[in-house]
Design a protein around this ligand. Structure first.
Ligand SMILES: Nc1ncnc2c1ncn2[C@@H]1O[C@H](COP(=O)(O)OP(=O)(O)OP(=O)(O)O)[C@@H](O)[C@H]1O
Length: 257
């Protein structure tokens, strides 16, 4: 079954086209990375799939249901692009992760054993067991990102959508995240993620979709080769041009051969 299906999707902001006739399907159990240069429309594509940005043309279906009629949002986990952790979130790690259960249990019902077990399993899967009582603000950026991933996993989704889950994240957290993702895949999950650099995620990715100027420029199994020192997991800061170069290399490869 197609978990996600976008057909001829057109999206614009204030009349300015950002996605132009985009079609994409993601099947059950697939791990698809959306790659492309800054501003190419990657975030817009996944936000459109989630119904956070309206289509001005085309259709989106989730789990075989047209998005406008889709109500089973507990089947979808979403980790948005990380905000710079400036302000400090006054919640504990445990509270943030537990909030990922709300769509499952309904706000009025107190958490039960299944909720607590799911939260504990999610914390464990990202390597944050023991940090549940710590305020999120006391964690490193990478650990905060892991908290958000645990929050999404706690909802026991079937589809996980992540916007640059490893951007600017320390290498230990990248590895912890890759392990969590492998565990999620083992349970039959489907993953759609936006990435600039794949790093430790690379072995898990089965398919790359390259967005270029609001269109799908490549969709297939070839992933960008890790480039030189950029491939080093300890290489922490973001090099946007690297992904762009890799994407263009893929596109050229697709055109040439
Ligand atoms: N809410 C918004 N309102 C107006 N324009 C927007 C909005 N969000 C994104 N854009 C613009 O749409 C274009 C595509 O943005 P988008 O965030 O989808 O790209 P991206 O490929 O995810 O980029 P990045 O890698 O920088 O996250 C950009 O020109 C961006 O400035």
């Amino acid at each position: 079954m197609d978990i996600v299906s976008v057909a001829h999707g057109v999206v614009g902001y204030d009349g300015r086209p950002v996605l132009r006739d985009v079609s994409l399907t993601v099947s059950a159990g697939e791990v698809v990375a959306v790659l492309g240069a800054n501003g190419s429309g990657k975030s817009t594509l996944i936000r459109t799939i989630l119904g956070l940005v309206p289509l001005s043309g085309g259709t989106v279906s989730l789990f075989g249901t047209p998005q406008r009629r889709f109500r089973q949002w507990h089947r979808v986990g979403y980790v948005p692009q990380r905000l710079d952790a400036g302000g400090g979130v006054p919640a504990t790690v445990g509270e943030v992760v537990a909030s990922g259960r709300l769509a499952r249990r309904g706000i009025l019902r107190p958490p039960g054993a299944a909720d607590r077990a799911a939260v504990a399993a999610a914390l464990e899967s990202v390597g944050l067991t023991g940090r549940a009582k710590d305020p999120v603000a006391t964690l490193s950026g990478g650990q905060q990102q892991r908290t958000l991933i645990a929050r999404a996993l706690a909802g026991e989704p079937e589809l996980l959508v992540l916007d640059e889950p490893t951007a600017g994240v320390d290498s230990a957290s990248q590895v912890a995240f890759a392990d969590a993702l492998a565990g999620f895949l083992h349970t039959g999950g489907t993953v759609l993620l936006v990435a600039h650099e794949l790093g430790p995620l690379q072995p898990l990715i089965q398919r790359a979709v390259v967005v270029h100027d609001g269109r799908i420029a490549y969709d297939g199994p070839d992933l960008p080769a890790p480039a030189g020192h950029h491939a080093d997991a300890g290489h922490d800061h973001q090099h946007q041009h690297c992904a762009e170069d890799s994407s263009l290399a893929i596109v050229r490869g697709a055109v040439d051969g």
